[in-house]
Each structure stands twice: as structure tokens, then as C-alpha cells.
Ligand binder design. Sequence first.
Ligand SMILES: [Zn+2]
Length: 104
Amino acid sequence: MTTADFPKEFTRCPTCHGTETVARKACEDEPSVEKGVFVSLGKEIVPITTPSGVIGAGVKCIIVHYDVCWKCGTRYAVKAEKAILPTKPPPVLNINPNSQFKAG
Ligand SMILES: [Zn+2]
């Protein structure tokens, strides 16, 4: 680990300290969702890399997952992680290479 404490999980509702969330409840009896797989209702992705700091083919991002407390309905962050998202391939420029580079 080079930086502190990512991914970070928030396992309890900040309001009632319940540990059950709507997404987990909903997936409990869902055979297509494997046990132990992380589920959430939504996520926000925030880039933390300036365009000049883009490394390789990716942009560093923070991903924060949100869910809703099963007991009291509070929406809260359940997990924060860092990730490198692939940047889109650059748009293809319609330039005829022969016009810039002479063969031979
Ligand atoms: Zn709660």
C-alpha cells in the first residue's frame, strides 16, 4: 500500500448503526448474485487526476458507493475506493498520413 487506507468500507449506518442495506437485502435471495459480492445502490466516480497527470491509459478516480439503510432509510456511503479508469481512446483524426509523411 502506498497511500492510506483505500478501499475504505463503512459498515454501519451513521444514524441507527444498522448493518443491513437495501441492496444487500435485495440480493440476499438472488441466485444470480454470488454470496460475498459487494453490492450497492449507486456510485459516484470523481476523477482525482488533472488532465496533465493522466498516467498511461487511465485516470485516477475515487469511487464512492452508496446504499440505503434497511432499518431507517438513511442513504450513506458504504465504500470508498480508488481506481484507475481507462480513458477513452483518442478520437480518430481524419488525416491522410501521406500528406504529412512522404514515403521513402
Ligand atoms: Zn439506519
